[in-house]
Design a protein around this ligand. Structure first.
Ligand code: AVJ
Length: 321
């Protein structure tokens, strides 16, 4: 049973104007960067679904393994009649595993910036879970947004933040986001979060440099998106994909590398790129379980239990406010 999509004021009055703003700011900064949230237009969301199927990209499978193996324990921790608010729900693939184990959730609130993808996914979920109330919210979860109420209020809320999306935020931003989530919750509310664990550099770098070049296409889609939505004139053939593990910072970094000296114009701006100059398009931080527990404890979250997969590649942690 799905209610209609809620468009949230947290989404800039004009997403296109915000996109242009962020791109001009990012390309004018040193080093150059573009926020990774702009990967997720319709094409980007579809390419990401392909990434999740790749042999090299282990996070999705590792997290699903944890949810299948410990689904009952996790559902027991969340309790019955919970309102489940999912940040960056995307295709809600892993959510189904959790929904299959949860007892009488009172409301499911998928929150995503890609509103077409969100509406489609919410309708399919509502069809497949006829007893579940689904209230999708199109919003940028890094900003305040209104969470729909359940007809069974008061009920406990559990924020579900899977997929290691928390890893895309620089550490201080990640701590700020965990603090914002805590502010939006009551004492006793929960947070179920999935994050990628530190491991051998070879495994990490392979996951972001797959042989088929799907991640490269995901990265370059950003250039196509700026051309189609902002009227830019990037020649995607003149930019290469590069992803490496920055050990000191504990993160994978993805970059677009200029293959030659070139100029690109966007709106009435022109940007010169030297050969091998880069645009950073994504961070993907990797944590140890104790590191993450301490980070969350700083801002009001107390770890209750943590589960990891057979190879200790990924962790799912349940915390309470
Ligand atoms: C969905 C953001 C968690 O950082 O691993 C996959 C996105 N980037 N391949 C990640 C991604 C390159 C992914 N997150």
């Amino acid at each position: 049973m799905s209610s209609s999509l809620i468009e949230n004021p947290s989404l800039h009055a004009s997403p296109a104007a915000e996109f242009l703003d962020d791109v001009l700011k990012g390309l004018s900064s040193v080093p150059r960067s573009i926020p990774s949230k702009y990967f997720y237009d319709d094409i980007g969301s579809t390419i990401f679904d392909e990434i999740c199927e790749l042999d090299e990209y282990y996070p999705t499978r590792a997290e699903s393994e944890i949810m299948y193996r410990y689904g009952d324990e996790i559902a027991c921790r969340l309790g019955s009649d919970v309102r489940l608010v999912e940040y960056g729900s995307g295709s809600s693939t892993k959510t189904r595993i959790l929904l299959d184990h949860l007892v009488d959730p009172c409301l499911y609130v998928p929150v995503d910036i890609s509103n077409q993808h969100l509406a489609r996914t919410a309708d399919i979920l509502a069809r497949d879970y006829p007893l579940l109330s689904v209230a999708p919210v199109a919003a940028d979860f890094t900003r305040p947004f209104k969470v729909p109420k359940s007809e069974f209020e008061p009920c406990r809320t559990c924020v579900y933040f899977p997929g290691s999306t928390i890893g895309n935020f620089a550490q201080e931003e990640a701590i700020q986001l965990l603090a914002d989530i805590a502010d939006r919750c009551e004492r006793g509310d929960g947070l179920l979060i999935g994050f990628d664990l530190r491991k051998g550099i070879d495994v990490l770098e392979m996951a972001y440099n797959d042989r088929a070049g799907v991640t490269a296409a995901f990265n370059k889609n950003l250039l196509h998106r700026m051309n189609s939505e902002l009227g830019a004139n990037f020649d995607a053939r003149q930019f290469g994909h590069h992803a490496f593990f920055n050990d000191a910072a504990g993160r994978i970094e993805m970059h677009l590398v200029s293959q030659r000296e070139q100029a690109v114009s966007i709106a009435d701006h022109s940007f010169r790129f030297d050969r091998s100059e880069t645009i950073c398009t994504e961070y993907s931080h990797k944590y140890s379980i104790s590191e993450f527990e301490q980070m969350a404890a700083q801002v009001g979250w107390q770890c209750q239990e943590t589960w990891s997969d057979e190879r200790d590649y990924f962790a799912v942690m349940y915390l309470e406010r």
